[in-house]
Ligand binder design. Structure first.
Ligand code: GTP
Ligand code: MG
Length: 183
C-alpha cells in the first residue's frame, strides 16, 4: 500500500531534515534549501523519499513529497498536491512567523489538493527543533489551541527534533495511520 504524504511549511523549519531523519536516520546541520518540486518529484519516484512502516497488519509505504518553503507563492501545480493521503504541516518553535503561517499552508493545501472531504482531511502538525528549547518562542499551548480550532476532531500535534530524532517516527507513523483510516 502506497500512501502519498505532502509536507509543507516555511523555509528552514526542517521539512527536509525531518524526512531525512525518518527515511535515512540522518541529520545534517549544513543548510541546503530545497529547490523546486521537479527534482523532488524525481527523488520521490526513485525511492529516496520513501519508507515503509507496519501499521497494525498492513505494510505501508510512505512516499513523502517535500518542497521548497520559499517557493510558497510560486505555483507548484496541482500535480504536487493531487492524490495526497495526508498532509504534514511543520513550523519551527523558535520562529513565530512559521507558526503564524500554518493557516496559509493549510488553506494552500486544501485549495490545491481539493480533497473530496475538506472537513475531515487528515493533517498532522509538527513543532520542530525541540532541541532548541532555550530559544523557544511559540508556546505549546498556543499551537494546541490552533489545532483544536482547525479540526472537527483531533488534529494530532507532535513536538519533534529532527536533530535528536525525538518523536519523528511517532509523527510519521501517526500520519500513516490517519491516511490509512481514511481508506
Ligand atoms: P526549505 O527546503 O528551504 O523549505 O527548508 P526546510 O524546511 O526543508 O529546512 P531544512 O530541513 O533544510 O532545515 C533548515 C535548517 O534547520 C538546517 O540547517 C537544519 O540542519 C536545521 N534543522 C532542521 N531540523 C532541526 C532540528 O530539529 N533541530 C535543529 N537544531 N536544527 C534543525
Ligand atoms: Mg527542504
Amino acid at each position: 500500500m502506497l500512501l502519498k504524504v505532502v509536507i509543507l511549511g516555511d523555509s528552514g523549519v526542517g521539512k527536509t531534515a525531518l524526512l531525512n531523519q525518518f527515511v535515512n536516520n540522518r541529520f545534517s546541520t549544513s543548510y541546503k534549501a530545497t529547490i523546486g518540486a521537479d527534482f523532488l518529484t524525481k527523488e520521490a519516484f526513485c525511492g529516496a523519499n520513501a519508507r515503509s512502516v507496519a501499521i497494525d497488519e498492513t505494510l505501508v509505504t510512505l512516499q513523502i513529497w517535500d518542497t521548497a518553503g520559499q517557493e510558497r507563492f510560486q505555483s507548484l501545480g496541482v500535480g504536487f498536491y493531487r492524490g495526497a493521503d495526508v498532509c504534514i504541516l511543520v513550523y519551527d518553535i523558535t520562529q513565530p512567523k512559521s507558526f503564524e503561517n500554518l493557516d496559509t499552508w493549510r488553506i494552500e493545501f486544501l485549495t490545491q489538493a481539493s480533497p473530496s472531504d475538506t472537513q475531515n482531511f487528515p493533517f498532522v502538525v509538527i513543532a520542530n527543533k525541540l532541541d532548541r528549547e532555550n530559544d523557544r518562542r511559540v508556546a505549546t499551548q498556543r499551537a494546541q489551541t490552533w489545532c483544536a480550532k482547525n479540526s472537527t476532531s483531533i488534529l494530532p500535534f507532535f513536538e519533534t527534533s529532527a536533530k535528536a530524532a525525538t518523536e519523528v517516527e511517532a509523527a510519521f507513523r501517526k500520519a500513516a495511520q490517519l491516511a490509512l483510516s481514511q481508506g
